[in-house]
Every structure is written in structure tokens, then in C-alpha cells.
Design a protein around this ligand. Structure first.
Ligand code: DAH
Length: 369
């Protein structure tokens, strides 16, 4: 039976000898200093400070030493491990800083470099559409006229034979500005530009007026409190309904293609007499009322016609209110929604796509210049 092992046994505790500990520490410090990047330092950490590293093994052997040798060996191994951990931490900080500096250099972006990836964008279809409409009329010798969107009540209504008590005033749900006794509205139609033109020019007058108009409508797929109209006005000697019909047929054909003409239905507007609603031949079924499969045309719901706008012979009361000699001159006028016209032309199903500024929508019209 062997007695307690009280003697220092240099063979069993070789790993804890000063020379071994020093060698392990120096090897670790040299490896740390040589680690060129964080990846290498990670490997060095596991090799020289991990659970299976020489210094960790030495640490574990301390327990096997005779009590009188433990303290000294413990200090030695502890100091060596402390030095290694300190060196690891310092090198870690150094390499992280180097890494960051390198990333800053390598991944720097020169924002001044030219690039061919700029989106080119496109002009808005309402802009190009309004210009197209204006061009159709300019080609016939007409002029483009404009007026303000914030308009005098008198020009928006009274001058157009819509007196204060006229029942038709309620047909156009109006935005009034405050104070109410200034009598200023957001124009409900482009017709006040007619009045402005007659008040400032002498006949013959041939003008188109595209522009924004406002009504207190819901905002949905077919309505909007802000939309666009184009107004037409021709004042000359001997103007008749036949001129109006010919002009609108030409407009329709230019906009929608050969064969797309118009028909008139009797209607009422205070500023025209006689008045008509103008319909377009359905540009989808071209008046046949059915699609290629023989089913009812969905665009015109089998009518063969689509509502386009209003028109008529300018009421002599309007001519008089605007200073035009109604015994010498007569005129025709018309007004239609530009948004609606563009929805027809481009097959748009929701009016709101025209107003919501989504560049993916406008880009699709990019080639239409
Ligand atoms: N101003 C009318 C509206 O907004 C449209 C209109 C109808 C204009 C007949 C005209 C016209 O010039 O003659 O409902």
C-alpha cells in the first residue's frame, strides 16, 4: 500500500515547470503578434488560450501538485495566462480597427462618379395628353387660352347664365373660399375661361382651354375632387351646330383613330342653346356593341357609344354678358373631361392612377413624347 504523495514529482508536473510555462506563454505571444487578421487571431485564441491549450492544461495540473508547490505554480501559470489574454484583447482591438479602416477604404463610394443608372422618368400622361389635345386644335388654327383655378363666382356662374338662383348651380358641387362675401370659388369647370376670353378679345375667337377644375366629389375609381377639363369656344359670323359636329368628329378621330366619330343627344346647359351631350363611338367595339367573342362589349355596356362631354351653341345671353354682339356673331362651345378621355385612350380602369404620382405608372408612358 503506497503512502500519500508528499514529495514533489518533477515528471508528473512537467507542464507546470517554469521553462514550460514560459515557453507556452512566449509561443502564444508570438502567435498573437503574428496574427494578420481577425480570422487568424480566432484560431490563435483557440490554440493558445482555449480549453486544450498548453496553458489551460498546465492550469489543470496545478491541482495534482504537492500543496507546497501549488501556490508558486499557480502564480506562474496565472501570470502567463493573464499576459496571453491581455495580448489577445489588445491585438483584437488593433485588428478590428485595421479591419474597419480597410472597409472604409475598400467600400468607399465615389458619389461624384457618373452613372448610367439614373432613372429617366417620363412626363405625366396628363401633361402629354393635354398637349396632344391642344396640338389637335392648334393644327386647325385655334389658340390655347388659360384662366385661374381660383375664380370669381361671377365668371364661373353668372356670366355663363347661371344666376344665383339658377337650379343648375347645384349640379356642380362647389368649393367656396372664405370669406364667403368675396364670392370666390375654385372653378367647377373650364367654362369661365370662355367668359374671360370673350371679355378680353374681339371675334373671331377660336380657343381651347385645358385645365384643372374642382368639385366636392368623393375620391374613387371614377370621381375626384380635382380633375381636368378641356373647353372649346368658337365665336364667328355664321357659326352653326354643323361646325360644332364637324369639329368634334375631327377631335375624336385624331384622339382615338379613324372611324371614331360622335353623336349628339339633346341636353341642357344654361350657357348653350341648343345643348347636347356628345357621345363617342365605342373605341373598343367600334360601335358593334359586342366583343370579338360575340359577348356584350364591357366598355360601352353594349351601347356602342360612350359619354364624352357637353356642347352646344353659345347662349346669346352669355355673348351679351361678355360683351359680344350677339346679332352679328354666334358661337359653339364644348367641354369634356381630359382624365376620362385619357382613361379611354389608354384603357385605364382607375382614375386615381392619374393622380397618385407613382413613377411606375408614368414611366409606362415614357415613349409617348
Ligand atoms: N361646363 C360643363 C361642365 O363642366 C361642360 C360643358 C357643357 C362645357 C357644355 C361647354 C358646353 O362649353 O357647351 O359640366
Amino acid at each position: 500500500m503506497s503512502g500519500p504523495n508528499t514529495d514533489y514529482d518533477p515528471v508528473e508536473v512537467a507542464a507546470v515547470s517554469p521553462a514550460e510555462v514560459e515557453a507556452a506563454r512566449d509561443a502564444a505571444l508570438a502567435a498573437i503578434a503574428a496574427a494578420a487578421d481577425l480570422e487568424q487571431l480566432k484560431a490563435v485564441r483557440s490554440e493558445h488560450a482555449g480549453d486544450r491549450s498548453p496553458l489551460a492544461l498546465a492550469n489543470r495540473e496545478i491541482g495534482a501538485l504537492p500543496p507546497q508547490a501549488r501556490k508558486e505554480a499557480g502564480q506562474r501559470v496565472g501570470q502567463a495566462r493573464g499576459a496571453v489574454n491581455k495580448a489577445l484583447a489588445a491585438r483584437q482591438v488593433e485588428l478590428e480597427a485595421e479591419n474597419e479602416a480597410r472597409i472604409l477604404v475598400e467600400e468607399a463610394v465615389d458619389v461624384t462618379l457618373p452613372t448610367d443608372r439614373d432613372p429617366v422618368g417620363a412626363r405625366h400622361p396628363l401633361t402629354t395628353g393635354s398637349e396632344l389635345i391642344a396640338d389637335i386644335f392648334v393644327a386647325m388654327g385655334w389658340e390655347v387660352a388659360e384662366g385661374p383655378v381660383i375664380e370669381a363666382e361671377w365668371l364661373n356662374f353668372d356670366a355663363l347664365n347661371l344666376g344665383p338662383d339658377h337650379p343648375a348651380r347645384t349640379m356642380q358641387d362647389t368649393f367656396w373660399t372664405e370669406p364667403a362675401d368675396n364670392h370666390v370659388v375654385l372653378r367647377t369647370h373650364t367654362s369661365p375661361v370662355q367668359a374671360r376670353t370673350m371679355l378680353t378679345r374681339t371675334p373671331p375667337i377660336y380657343v381651347v382651354c385645358p385645365g384643372r377644375v374642382f368639385r366636392t366629389d368623393e375620391y374613387d375609381a371614377t370621381h375626384s375632387p380635382m380633375f381636368h377639363q378641356v373647353e372649346g369656344l368658337a365665336i364667328d359670323e355664321g357659326i352653326s351646330m354643323a361646325h360644332l359636329k364637324g369639329t368634334l368628329d375631327h377631335f375624336a378621330t385624331q384622339m382615338f383613330g379613324e372611324g371614331i366619330t360622335t353623336r349628339f343627344r339633346p341636353s341642357y346647359f344654361p350657357f348653350t342653346e341648343p345643348s347636347a351631350e356628345v357621345d363617342l363611338v365605342c373605341f373598343v367595339c367600334r360601335g358593334s356593341q359586342v366583343n370579338d367573342e360575340g359577348e356584350t362589349c364591357r366598355t360601352c355596356r353594349g351601347e356602342g357609344w360612350i359619354e364624352w362631354g357637353g356642347c352646344g351653341i353659345v347662349n346669346p345671353r352669355v355673348l351679351q354678358a361678355c360683351g359680344v354682339d350677339s346679332s352679328r356673331y354666334s358661337g359653339f362651345a364644348f367641354g369634356m373631361g381630359i382624365d376620362r378621355t385619357l382613361m379611354f385612350r389608354h384603357g385605364l380602369e382607375d382614375l386615381r392612377t392619374l393622380f397618385e404620382g407613382d413613377v411606375r405608372f408614368t414611366t409606362a408612358f415614357g415613349s409617348e413624347l
